[in-house]
Ligand binder design. Structure first.
Ligand code: ZN
Length: 136
């Protein structure tokens, strides 16, 4: 619904401009032909409506176009396949080892020894050195 909204806003700006211009010209002509207003106010409505529609559509188009370009830039800066792979393979279990204090990828370890059973997040080396089991 809101994906690629920039393109939709750009399209809406063009539609808004077209409808606004035709509508104000039509309103000016209709008001003149039905003798509701004099020629000058009708010309003002027609011409003023065209100018206002045109200028307002610039703003809408500008916002939509900026979004499209930001989206394009984002696609270049974050290559999607690599990013998806990164998210899929990245182990979020990263931090400080609770034994040696190194910051690295951690393993949820179950440590069983004469002091009892405890669960720690440890690095690979501490995992091997302390005869740990994976706790999952
Ligand atoms: Zn460690």
């Amino acid at each position: 619904m809101f994906r690629h909204i920039g393109r939709k806003v750009r399209g809406l700006a063009v539609a808004f401009c077209t409808v606004g211009m035709l509508g104000s010209i039509g309103a000016g002509v209709a008001l003149y032909l039905t003798k509701v207003l004099q020629l000058i106010p009708c010309l003002a409505i027609g011409i003023g409506g065209v100018v206002v529609s045109w200028i307002c559509s610039w703003l809408m188009y500008c916002i939509g176009d900026a979004h499209v370009k930001i989206e394009r830039l984002e696609d270049k800066l974050i290559p999607k396949p690599a990013y998806a792979e990164y998210l899929a393979t990245n182990n979020a279990n990263r931090g400080t080892c609770e034994i040696c204090g190194r910051t690295t990828d951690l393993i949820d370890a179950k440590i069983e020894d004469k002091m009892g059973v405890r669960f720690r997040k440890v690095c690979r080396e501490c995992f091997a050195a302390n005869n740990c089991q994976e706790a999952n």
